[in-house]
Design a protein around this ligand. Structure first.
Ligand code: ADP
Ligand code: AMP
Length: 214
């Protein structure tokens, strides 16, 4: 599997990508997780990314393309990969096509998770995230087994600073303006598969698996 999972913030990309990638035995490559780790570690990349992330804006394309190139050149990506959160702009998608062309590993599919904006706002306002393994929970829909501890790795859960209501609205606007045009881009490349992202997590996973097989 060499696929992209895209969709608005809060569509369930991280939740689904973790299950799909594990099932397929390929790495889940989540650019948001890579940036948050760099921010935690206080690296130059993390410091650059922080100011954009806090405002809900996109980190510049040239920075993101450099990150994804370095990651996709690692050995484990030769077996396949699932990209989560990249590409987010048409120039990023064009750079990805060029890179995958050079590496001889073109995409098989682009899955677009569709969720109405009202549901997104509810999801993000209740999201709790594991800063260690990246797993997402939701205070009502998918609570952690022990209060404020990740059920997978035991780390203390956090509320992402960019899940504040004002920042969520900015992120949705950025999605509409910069990322939604990728739908046409991938439609024209014959790769787009649209999947309803509403309903129980397991049902969405089954729909995504069916779309990957189609
Ligand atoms: P993304 O990676 O697209 O930003 P997440 O996977 O972090 O989204 O999910 C956003 C929030 O929505 C999390 O709190 C998660 O627990 C919750 N969530 C994920 N899938 C569903 C679903 N099918 N129904 C309800 N809530 C969901
Ligand atoms: P995410 O965890 O995917 O919601 O991403 C969190 C934040 O990281 C985004 O709001 C952006 O600021 C930044 N980010 C993640 N991926 C990208 C990308 N492909 N291009 C630009 N910015 C990104």
């Amino acid at each position: 599997m060499r696929a992209v999972l895209m969709g608005p913030p809060g569509a369930g990309k991280g939740t689904q990508a973790q299950v799909l990638a594990q099932g397929a035995g390929v790495p889940q490559i989540a650019t948001g997780d890579i940036l948050r780790r760099a921010r935690e570690e206080g690296t130059p990349l993390g410091r650059t990314a922080q100011s954009y992330m806090d405002k809900g804006e996109l980190v510049p394309d040239e920075v993101m393309v450099g990150i994804i190139e370095e990651r996709l050149r690692q050995d484990d990506a030769r077996q396949g990969f699932l990209l989560d959160g990249f590409p987010r702009t048409v120039p990023q998608a064009e750079a990805l096509d060029r890179l995958l062309g050079t590496l001889g590993m073109p995409l098989d599919a682009v899955l677009l998770l569709e969720v109405p904006e009202e549901a997104i706002v509810r999801r993000l306002s209740g999201r709790r995230t594991c800063p260690n393994c990246g797993r997402s929970y939701h205070v009502e829909n998918d609570p952690p087994p022990a209060e404020d501890r990740c059920g997978t790795c035991g780390a203390e859960l956090v509320t992402r600073t960019d899940d504040k209501p004002d920042t969520v609205l900015s992120r949705l606007e950025v999605y509409r303006r910069s990322t939604a045009p990728l739908k046409t881009y991938y439609e024209q490349h014959g790769l787009l598969r649209q999947v309803a992202g509403v309903g129980p997590v397991e049902e969405v996973t089954a729909r995504l698996r069916a779309a990957l097989r189609a």
